[in-house]
Design a protein around this ligand. Structure first.
Ligand code: UDP
Length: 358
């Protein structure tokens, strides 16, 4: 197939501001190329694809940058300017319609979803978040009533945020396993990885590390400086060690040295890439059973799941983390979430949608 993929308008690919969508896009493109599909990627200016995507055609565009939906009021109506990045990306993607078989949209945004009703051409949406905006939820609901197969989700829990979706197409996510090295060590530090923003709940992981009397190593883009400072300042100097935002090769090297990852989402986590990335390095995860991590982690096998917001249980299970066999974590990723497995699922989804248009 000849496919066009629309990236997130939040940040450029490689900036980290696009969160998990950046990784999803790279691993999807890499998996599609390996299956000999041809791929156009439309993304904001300065974007770079990973090396394994070098035979994709990357088109970068410039435009006005909007706020991420999850950081706005759920009920607010958002004015999207004509020159916003999402509109410019969409126009670019539509210019390929004659030469391509489908558009796959990874942006959580109104315009690409609305476009599904306006063109007689497959525009598919891999929704990257739970229900973060009434306006978006309403437009998904409307378009879904005409084109139910055009929407897919990363996890069942995420799809459940949209109660009108009857039989969700759930694709999980994919990881390029050759990028992650398995490290078999039981003695490392504790890790937390993610965008540093309220929905990610760093404060709970900091509390847990402090209770155990250990430092917490933190990797990720600081999206909300006030929020980050408040947490860091509530603990003695050095207790929370912010290690910056690292590209995957460096991140996985550091992550693999850790004893456990603590994952404490405060929102319905759509998937939880960092959980799988840790597991790919052999690092077990202790997480809240909230959203994707609840479907990824096998309790007692690859980590532990506790009731959402139950910090004390996190502490208890963290003390038992050495009972988890690190090999099992890596195995789970190999068997369930490689970029090849993911690309196969995405390809079947696209083929099914294309049939609807024949
Ligand atoms: N990440 C990274 N370097 C860092 C910290 C995070 O590349 O130093 C990436 C990580 O690999 C993951 C993404 O940031 O792909 C976070 O995705 P996740 O699904 O966990 O959360 P989201 O940001 O999408 O809510």
């Amino acid at each position: 197939m000849r496919l066009t993929i629309i990236s997130t308008p939040i940040g450029f690919l490689g900036s980290g501001r696009g969160g998990g969508v950046e990784l999803t896009l790279n691993s999807l493109v890499s998996g599609l190329l390996k299956q000999n599909h041809s791929v156009n990627v439309v993304a904001p200016n300065n974007s770079k694809l990973s090396e394994s995507c070098s035979s994709a055609n990357l088109f970068t565009v410039e435009g006005y940058e909007q706020y991420s939906w999850q950081h706005q009021n759920y009920y607010s109506k958002t004015e999207i300017r004509d020159d916003s990045i999402i509109n410019v990306m969409l126009e670019k993607a539509l210019s390929f319609i004659k030469d391509t078989d489908a558009i796959i949209n990874l942006a959580y945004d109104l315009q690409p979803i609305c476009k599904t009703l306006e063109v007689d051409y497959p525009v598919l949406h891999l929704i990257s978040m739970g229900d973060e905006s009434l306006e978006i939820s309403n437009i998904i609901s409307k378009v879904y009533s005409y084109y139910p197969f055009n929407f897919a989700f990363h996890s069942k829990s995420q799809a459940a945020d949209y109660p009108f979706i009857k039989e969700p197409i759930v694709l999980g996510n994919g990881f390029e396993l050759s990028k992650y090295t398995f490290q078999n060590r039981k003695e490392g530090p504790l890790a937390w990885v993610g965008r540093i923003a309220p929905e990610k709940g760093l404060e709970d992981a900091a509390y847990v590390a402090n209770e155990i009397g250990e430092k917490l190593n933190v990797w990720g883009v600081i999206e909300d400086q006030d929020y980050a400072s408040k947490i860091i300042d509530s603990y003695p100097y050095g207790q929370i060690c912010w290690k910056g935002y690292l590209q995957t090769n460096k991140l996985q090297e550091e992550l693999g040295k850790c004893r456990a990852l603590i994952n404490t989402p405060k929102w319905n986590e759509a998937y939880g890439n960092v959980v799988v990335e840790a597991m790919a390095c052999g690092v077990p995860v202790v997480a809240y059973k909230r959203g994707g991590p609840g479907e990824i982690i096998q309790h007692g096998e690859t980590g532990f799941l506790v009731k959402a917001d139950d910090k004390e249980s996190l502490v208890l299970y963290l003390k038992q983390i050495n009972n988890i066999k690190r090999e099992r974590c890596r195995e789970w990723v190999e068997n369930n979430a490689s970029s090849n497995i993911f690309a196969e699922k995405v390809v079947s989804w696209i083929k099914r949608v294309i049939k609807e248009y024949e």
